[in-house]
Design a protein around this ligand. Structure first.
Ligand SMILES: Cc1cc2nc3c(=O)[nH]c(=O)nc-3n(C[C@H](O)[C@H](O)[C@H](O)COP(=O)(O)OP(=O)(O)OC[C@H]3O[C@@H](n4cnc5c(N)ncnc54)[C@H](O)[C@@H]3O)c2cc1C
Length: 468
């Protein structure tokens, strides 16, 4: 047990109905030991964001406890990843090729803001990044985090020799000439950042991936020769196993109800176990030297007492996982409908198709989608496979899944310190956070340790929570 084994700077208390004085005492005791080099750190969230953060904190020598409301890790957005690990300029969910119109059959995104001004404003802000200069400047800010993430994933692979269904090669395809032209600023960025790639004619696309049909005709593609896809939940679970064996404590099936702040001190209030069953009113308070919130969609709620309301918006995304139908039609590299942001990745004898985003008001997004909308987005994904890799998968036998991601209005994640000295954040990676979360985990671990992260100051500033 994390706290039983831990040194005196941890404090865990069971709080009765009127916990105010007890909380203050708990926090005072925790604080009395002051900040020290080896710290006790609580990470809220057992997705790739939380587990990668726990890994980096543990590697930095800290004692770590992960709190996750599900019975195991990788059950949130991490479960539904599409495959591509790190976002190239073609993969980010902003820029000239993203949401050019409101028509879902053109953009791959169902945009239904209704009368909700917040959702409309959010979409307008993202649309500002369709300007090629604004897009280039924003991707340039993100790029060092992509590079850092690549290094961190490489170090983990080298240390543990993990097999998590990695594959190399991602082919972005474009139906119309105009769409390929829209992608020109992204292709420029591929050159500028030395991302290995080849701009291909339709014939060259078919040679690179024979499952792509030449009829109906299409404009061409971009092959990212070195970019990889892999199984994010499998990686997350393997990392969790490694951490558990090394003494990181996991409190699974426990929900962080809130973060309690008292002056310079912070603690996490855990929901009672089985409270719904026995009506228990006791909550458990655990304090540590630092708290990292990596709670995916749950992040803004937990940070409510730390930072002003964040302008992050939930986005619903879908996956289809279908058995391979005909081996000769199955793709060997990942094929991405670049404009519709639909990724089709082969995983052993299955095909995983991810995308089908629905952007609605926050209130509607957190409620289940109506059957009509579900059918519409699943049809979008099915159409993606029909268009680009027909006959590859038995779509009629597919399993569907949906998950929520937080997206920021400037397309970048929220990573780093918060308004409270002991509270940090690693969240809002949008639909491209599988690999990025590994680099931002290192940024957060450095900040918790009082070190300067190994990314330029303008990137760090562009990720800050108070940038909005
Ligand atoms: C369908 C889909 C496809 C995607 N495809 C790709 C892709 O191809 N490439 C890519 O890079 N990214 C992709 N993404 C995005 C990527 O999966 C996410 O960016 C990433 O998984 C985010 O991880 P996370 O840890 O921040 O969030 P999550 O995985 O959601 O983890 C947050 C965790 O916190 C827990 N939690 C929340 N609140 C509390 C609380 N109060 N107490 C305790 N626990 C709590 C949740 O239960 C959850 O397990 C995709 C996402 C989806 C949904």
């Amino acid at each position: 047990m994390f706290f039983r084994r831990a040194g005196p700077s941890y404090f865990t208390a069971t709080l009765a109905k009127t916990p105010r004085q007890t909380i203050s005492r708990a926090l005072r005791e925790c604080h009395a030991f002051g900040r020290k080099r080896i710290m006790d750190v609580i990470v809220i969230g057992g997705g790739i964001g939380g587990i990668a953060t726990a890994y980096q904190l543990h590697a930095a020598g800290h004692r770590v406890c992960v709190i996750e409301r599900h019975a195991t890790v990788a059950q949130g957005a991490t479960y539904g990843h599409g495959g591509p690990m790190l976002p190239s300029p073609l993969d980010v969910w902003f820029g000239p090729t993203f949401m050019g119109t409101r028509r879902a059959n053109k953009t791959g995104i169902v945009f239904k803001p209704g009368f909700d001004t917040a959702t409309r404003d959010f979409a307008k802000k993202l649309a500002l990044l369709r300007d090629p200069d604004a897009f280039a400047a924003q991707y340039a800010r993100l790029r060092p985090l992509v590079d850092l993430s690549r290094r961190m994933i490489g170090e983990i692979e080298a240390a543990f020799d993990l097999d998590y269904e990695q594959r190399t090669g991602v082919l972005h395809v474009f139906r119309r000439e105009r769409e390929l032209e829209q992608a020109a600023p992204a292709i420029e960025l591929l050159k500028r950042f030395d991302v290995p790639h080849r701009v291909l004619t339709p014939e060259e696309c078919i040679a690179a991936e024979p499952s792509v049909p030449g009829d109906p005709p299409f404009a061409g593609g971009v092959l990212l020769t070195d970019e990889r896809t892999a199984n994010c939940p499998l990686f997350t679970k393997q990392l969790k196993q490694i951490l558990e064996e090394r003494g990181v404590e996991f409190r699974l099936g426990r929900e962080a109800a809130s973060i309690r702040l008292d002056g310079s001190r912070a603690a996490v209030e855990l929901m009672p176990l089985d409270s719904a069953l026995n009506g228990a009113r006791e909550v458990e308070l655990i304090a540590a030297d630092a708290i990292v919130v990596a709670a995916g969609i749950g992040t803004p709620g937990l940070l409510g007492r730390v930072n002003a309301k964040l302008p992050l918006h939930p986005l619903r995304l879908h996956t289809l996982t279908a058995p391979i139908a005909y081996e000769e039609h199955a793709p060997h590299i990942t094929v991405v409908d670049s404009i519709k942001r639909i990724a089709m990745t082969r995983v052993n004898q299955r095909l995983r198709v991810a995308g089908g985003a629905v952007l609605q008001s926050e209130a509607k997004t957190v409620r289940p989608l109506g059957a009509g909308l579900v059918d519409r987005v699943i049809a979008l994904l099915g159409q993606g496979t029909h268009d680009w890799i027909p006959g590859a998968a038995k779509v009629s036998a597919a399993r569907t899944w949906e998950g929520l991601r937080l997206l920021s209005p400037d397309g970048l994640p929220v990573v780093g310190a918060t308004d409270h000295a002991r509270v940090f954040v690693n969240a809002a990676h949008g639909p491209a956070g599988w690999g990025l979360a590994c680099g931002s985990a290192k940024v957060v671990a450095d900040l918790v340790s009082g070190l300067t992260p190994d990314i330029p100051a303008d990137t760090l500033a562009a990720l800050r929570i108070d940038r909005f």
